[in-house]
Design a protein around this ligand. Structure first.
Ligand code: HEC
Length: 121
């Protein structure tokens, strides 16, 4: 016999899956929060994101290395974050793999850095 007792719960879970899934990052505004540790500069992104969260896989001197400004630029289309791997892979949560997604401020810092010219600053 069907038990309809759980129907509302089922509807809720389905609704959450369809509408409420916070999958990926959507750009809400273009300013870092006041508490943000990371800033939209190469040095800050290197120190607060790349070194602690990416360089165990993207370090060294290999093809996928992000160990210099020059190397990181290989993943960037200057001025166009939406077309830059560096931004797309962190905003869709595919990098870093098997680890929590970067925070909104971290993703936004990468976005703004690329948008503002991906300078060696
Ligand atoms: C656990 C290891 C690991 C960590 C940590 C990691 N990556 Fe990756 N990353 C990979 C592997 C492996 C690939 C290649 C996979 C592929 O090309 O499909 C890759 C590919 C990439 C690419 C695409 C390749 C390219 O050069 O265009 C980008 C961009 C990238 N990672 C960025 C990051 C960033 C940014 C971080 C840190 C926030 C990070 N990754 C953390 C393993 C890792």
């Amino acid at each position: 016999m069907l038990n309809f007792k759980y129907l509302p719960l089922f509807g809720f879970v389905l609704g959450l899956a369809v509408f409420g899934c916070g999958c990926g990052y959507t750009l809400k505004n273009q300013e870092l929060s006041a508490e943000s540790v990371v800033q939209a500069t190469y040095t800050s992104i290197q120190d607060h994101i790349i070194l602690p969260k990416c360089s165990q896989c993207h370090g060294g001197g290999g093809e996928d290395s992000f160990s210099s400004h020059h190397a990181l630029l290989e993943t960037v289309r200057v001025g166009d974050p939406e077309k830059s791997h560096l931004y797309t892979v962190v905003s869709d949560g595919s990098m870093p793999p098997l680890a929590p997604m970067l925070s909104d401020d971290e993703i936004l810092a990468i976005y703004l850095w690329i948008k503002n010219g991906a300078k060696n600053d």
